[in-house]
Design a protein. Structure first.
Length: 277
């Protein structure tokens, strides 16, 4: 009985060894065989959908950037030379693209740096003389090419003619500018400012965003509507203020949220379009 038990034990041990050897041999054989390469299956529909979302986000951000760059740049008014249209410390939005499509006109309120001096602050003045014209101030009156200039906006009386006491001939790209508050304005009458070249003009002042009491459009005439934009609707005021503060940069995020997709989802959509088999 005991002998039979030993025989059974030996038989089981040999069987286990044999099974182990077979497993090891199989592993070696499989290790030598070349591994099958995974095939990549492209789901074009998902990839196109993901790329489409990324493209929409990029276009939205680009439009936002262009809008802020050309219409939302802010400058601060220094001094009261443009009263009553603009007051000291008013924050004004500058339209930088308008003069790419058309030339500055007489009466426009422009923003510029005198003589192109980049270290200078921005000046805000009104265009009085156009390229090629001759400007002269005689007895506190402005004459353009020998004819008295009729201005359709309110100004204070001129107390000094400066260099315009003599005829000033403007070049083909030069403008003669003055502040509406003529008694308190450093403008083209001063030799330090002189005529403003087209290349010195930063853009056209078009909207006051701060302070709140002056909020509204910059009109050609010295008439600011008593019913300003924020009196019409607080919502509209907030919307324009947000635009002025460059929140357009976040419109890409808003766009994707409205559409039910964000940039991460767009990326995952592209990735999910590639299936590994």
């Amino acid at each position: 009985m005991r002998r039979r038990s030993n025989l059974d034990f030996e038989r089981r041990r040999r069987s286990r060894r044999s099974s182990y050897r077979r497993r090891q041999a199989k592993k070696k054989l499989l290790g030598k065989l070349p591994k099958e390469k995974k095939k990549i299956h492209l789901n074009l529909e998902k990839i196109v959908s993901g790329i489409s979302w990324v493209f929409k986000i990029a276009v939205t951000c680009l439009i936002a950037f262009v809008a802020v760059w050309y219409w939302g740049q802010q400058v601060s008014t220094v001094g009261d030379s443009m009263r009553p249209v603009l007051k000291n410390a008013d924050k004004v939005l500058v339209n930088r693209i308008v003069y790419n499509a058309s030339s500055p006109k007489r009466g426009d309120i422009i923003v510029f740096k005198p003589k192109g001096n980049e270290s200078s602050h921005y000046y805000t003045k009104r265009i009085v003389g156009l390229p090629g014209e001759t400007v002269q101030i005689v007895e506190n009156r402005i004459y353009i090419n020998g004819e008295k200039l009729e201005e359709d906006y309110t100004t204070t009386k001129i107390d000094t003619a400066g260099i315009a006491a003599e005829k000033v001939k403007l070049g083909g790209d030069e403008y003669f500018v003055m502040g509406d508050n003529r008694k308190n304005s450093e403008d083209s009458r001063s030799a330090d400012i002189g005529a403003v070249k087209r290349s010195y003009i930063y853009g056209k002042a078009w909207f006051v965003v701060s302070p709140k009491k002056n909020f509204g459009f910059v009109w050609r005439e010295n008439v600011r509507l008593e019913t300003s934009i924020y009196d019409i609707s607080n919502f509209l005021e907030c919307f324009i203020a947000i635009f002025c503060d460059s929140v357009f940069f976040y419109s890409g995020v808003v766009f994707t949220i409205v559409k039910g997709c964000n940039s991460c989802n767009a990326f995952s959509t592209i990735v999910s379009g590639v299936d590994f088999i």
